[in-house]
Design a protein around this ligand. Sequence first.
Ligand SMILES: Cc1cc2nc3c(=O)[nH]c(=O)nc-3n(C[C@H](O)[C@H](O)[C@H](O)COP(=O)(O)O)c2cc1C
Length: 316
Amino acid sequence: MTTGLSERFGLSYPIMLAPMGGVSGGALAAAVSNAGGLGMVGGGYGDLQWMKRELELAVAGTQRPWGVGLITWKATREAVDLALSYEPKAFFFSFGDVSPYVDAVKARGCALICQVQDLGGAREAKAIGADFIVAQGAEAGGHGAVRSTLPFVPAVVDAVDPVPVLAAGGVGDGRGLAAALALGACGAVIGTRYCATHEALMHPLAAQRLVEADGDHTQRTRVFDIARGYDWPPAYTGRALRNRFVERWHGREQALAADTAAFEQYRQAQQRADFEQALVWGGEVVDLITGIEPAAALTERIGRDAAERLRQLGAA
Ligand SMILES: Cc1cc2nc3c(=O)[nH]c(=O)nc-3n(C[C@H](O)[C@H](O)[C@H](O)COP(=O)(O)O)c2cc1C
């Protein structure tokens, strides 16, 4: 399975770990890279202390290429420069205007990866010189927008040709990776499925919820951003597991925004790891999560199963 992604980074499998803020730490990124995928550290909102700790773990954990990601509308020059000082081979931006950071990333010879949610965003990413464009469907866990992976990926492939495209949103096993390649992508960005690994920085009770949940019980919503005080641009919602907090507030966002007591209750629920109230991000692909396992075993299985499936289809 040689693709533009595997060639650029010398990968065994065209799999990129999603840079999940606070979840994709250095140990998870290193494990994915060591297994032949591309591990990414999830710098999220750009907490410098967290980034230093986890970037050091990535550097110490692997000799293979790895990368880092930031939520673009919250990114700062300081966070970008800090990340670049650890010499990542790829920098993943999503959710906002990347142009202030293009020169700094390219000057280091680091691949610029832009995740997009619509065709306009894909064309902009090409115009600013993205080396890879990630087409993210609404099936994805965490923040995203409204397009669906199946039609969106080939549309982005056509719109940004010859820039290589990765698929994100709903890939959790070899079938999904094979489908992404069949759509013209050079690889898949996988997030939710990696939350249920030993190396992910997830509370064990939250990881267990991902194992037990099915995709019928996820929801794109703003209620957790409101409760946590994050002022996300209106284009983006986040897909999370449905719980009592979602049942109570989804559709009543204005009332939630005015209810400061509810914010405090939410904070306390998060502290005591009460996931009937607190957030667990998860995509529709939770259907396919049956257990918590080492990231290396997961990476190898997805890669091998995809190759086998593509061989079978080739023989059909
Ligand atoms: C727990 C979690 C946290 C995420 N955090 C980020 C983030 O900080 N930055 C980002 O660009 N994408 C983030 N994402 C979205 C991923 O980049 C990716 O698009 C998504 O996980 C792919 O879909 P999947 O979850 O179905 O694999 C997150 C996703 C999850 C599940």
